[in-house]
Design a protein around this ligand. Structure first.
Ligand SMILES: Nc1ncnc2c1ncn2[C@@H]1O[C@H](COP(=O)(O)OP(=O)(O)O[C@H]2O[C@H](CO)[C@@H](O)[C@H](O)[C@H]2O)[C@@H](O)[C@H]1O
Length: 558
């Protein structure tokens, strides 16, 4: 650790509850965390310190397929900055091509046997202490294989239930057995379990640990980043989970009759996310809008009744972003830096992007971008169907993403058809994502549903004006601009509704017209977006409130 910028420094001190404080404590109100680049980050200290255990399948910079990785890579650091003791437990994925990401994580030489899948499964823990956070990686041969985190070119891995059952069991043991910095986290901790991959943690606390007198002082919060993925497997796999037989009801989920395949199909499954919804002490989603949507039949993906029945512990907190990584003032991945007070660099970024993509360098031509996973959720079908009409206008359009093979080949075909105006970059790299976000004028995000969405936040921070479907977190984070009523003083973009090609085209046309004909209005939109507070700080304060409530209530005991 480097020298702290403040006066008093207690490196690896001992907290009120006897646990080790790794970060520098500078005064009673400010804490200071050293970041990867050597910079320090200051934060206001929390009033109550918690031992927080994030359990997640992804955490940048180690692993990422989407927004879950971004959130679990940056929110833990925000918590640590506020004075909490924070551990992140995720798998140690080795796929042969990016294994160096774990190079700084050392083997804790702690071999633990976990009881699941009818035998003892041995795991080992690796650990890196970085930016005030204990990053703990669960090592098991099931995480060592080529492909992405959840599958390969043949589809999802067939043993994902096994892989994430192992993760949940290992995460439950970690606070008890790992003396990080010399002291374990202990039983009085708060598990923040993210999505279905980590969802077995709350049932394990309730069914396995608490009846044996362990974790009676712990609490769990389920954070739903995406309800579309629930970890559903045949009911016969229940015995693999390492839970007592009498807890089957908490995990069971029965498909409605119309989905069943044949008359003897009972529809019975085990659903890991459902198990967590039943047993977690609190439930959070990543925006208030999505928290409401998942209690409706349209947005509940079959779990709306259950979620409604737990409405009193359900809440939404919009994500922040890593404002150090996504900062146009200092971003090293973009060719020119700029700020809200000096936007000249943005026009240079646009020029560089046009050159880089082989598009005509035309400063006045509106450049529209889409960056995201090519997935049903992201509404790429709307873009596909509207593209001929979009390109009738004098605009340029760039798409970056990978995923659905049909959309990928459509992107290649469209590029060969509309080579002058359209670029379809199949794949995903961080430098390309940053360059497109900085270089475009209009950022299109027509997601069918969007729990929070990060790309619209990145876009606004980079002065690119979002046009989004009016749903979930997009509705919560993009403030609608209306030049008739707002007199150019409010609004950061154009949310459109309903979900249709026509309404998306109408919003895009308004954006294009504003860009072309109302330059000062456009600048206002850019500047208001860039000036918004996207830091994790306000989200972290809201999380603390939920944690406080979780500890006031008795834990879920069945
Ligand atoms: N092909 C690709 N491969 C790898 N990375 C890619 C990629 N395409 C895009 N990305 C990147 O992944 C992130 C996507 O974040 P989002 O929040 O928009 O969506 P995602 O649906 O993954 O996350 C879910 O979780 C987040 C976090 O809570 C919610 O914001 C969101 O609504 C919810 O659907 C961005 O950093 C983006 O640039």
């Amino acid at each position: 650790m480097g020298q702290c910028c403040h006066k008093v420094q207690t490196d690896h001190g001992v907290g009120l509850d006897g646990s080790t404080i790794h970060q520098m404590r500078c005064s009673s109100l400010i804490s200071c965390i050293e970041l990867d680049n050597g910079d320090e980050r200051d934060g206001t200290l929390t009033k109550v310190r918690y031992n927080v255990i994030f359990v997640t399948a992804e955490a940048t910079p180690y692993s990422k397929t989407g927004g879950l990785g971004d959130v679990c890579g940056s929110l833990p650091i925000a918590f640590a900055t506020r004075g909490h003791r924070v551990m992140v437990v995720s798998p140690r994925y080795l796929n042969g091509s990016q294994d160096d990401k774990y190079a700084c994580a050392s083997d804790l030489e702690k071999h633990i046997n976990l009881s699941c899948f009818q035998r003892e499964q041995e795991v080992v823990y690796f650990h890196e202490y970085r930016a005030g956070v204990d990053w703990v990686f669960v090592d098991h041969p099931c995480y060592h294989r080529p492909g992405s985190l959840y599958g390969d070119e043949h589809g999802a891995f067939g043993d994902n239930q096994f892989r994430f059952t192992v993760l949940a069991h290992a995460a439950c043991e970690a606070p008890l057995v790992l003396p990080l910095g010399g002291v374990t986290y202990g039983e009085k901790c708060l598990f923040l379990v993210n999505d279905w991959h980590a969802s077995l943690v709350p049932p394990l606390l309730s069914a396995k640990y608490r009846p044996n007198g362990v974790y009676r002082d712990a609490r769990s919060i389920l954070v739903i980043h995406n309800l579309a993925h629930q970890g559903v497997e045949p009911a016969t796999t229940y015995e693999n989970l390492g839970l007592p037989p009498e807890w089957y009801g908490a995990m069971e989920w029965v498909y409605p009759t119309w989905v069943r395949k044949h008359p003897f199909d009972t529809g019975a499954t085990v659903n890991l996310l459902k198990g967590a919804i039943v047993t977690a002490d609190r439930i959070l989603t990543v925006s208030k809008g999505y928290a409401w949507e998942i209690t409706t039949p349209e947005g509940g993906k079959g779990l709306d009744d259950l979620l409604s029945s737990r409405n009193y512990v359900l809440d939404g907190i919009a994500n922040g972003i890593d404002v150090d990584i996504w900062n146009p003032v200092s971003d090293k991945l973009i060719p020119f830096n700029y700020s809200v007070d000096d936007l000249y660099g943005k026009s240079l970024c646009k020029e560089a992007l046009q050159k880089n993509l082989g598009l005509a360098v035309r400063p006045q031509c509106p450049l529209i971008a889409f960056v995201g996973r090519l997935d049903y959720q992201k509404g790429t079908d709307l873009i596909l169907s509207a593209m001929p009409e979009i390109l009738q206008d004098d605009v340029q359009f760039v798409m970056l993403g990978s995923g659905d093979p049909v959309t990928e080949s459509w992107m290649r075909q469209t590029e060969s058809l509309y080579g002058d105006d359209f670029r379809g970059c199949v794949g995903y790299t961080e430098p390309m994502a940053h360059q497109i976000t900085a270089g475009c004028d209009i950022f299109l995000m027509p997601s069918r549903f969007e729990p929070c969405g990060l790309n619209q936040l990145y876009a606004m921070r980079y002065g690119s004006v979002p046009v989004v479907h009016h749903t979930g977190g997009l509705r919560d984070t993009v403030e609608s601009f209306d030049h008739f009523t707002d007199e150019d003083e409010r609004g950061t973009g154009w949310p459109f509704s309903p979900y249709s090609k026509e309404s998306m085209l109408a919003a895009l046309r308004t954006a294009i017209k504003t860009y072309r004909e109302h330059k000062s209005t456009w600048k206002g939109l850019m500047k208001r977006g860039m000036s918004k507070d996207f830091t994790w700080d306000s989200a972290a304060v809201q999380y603390e409130q939920i944690m406080e409530w979780a500890f006031i209530d008795l834990p879920y005991a069945g």
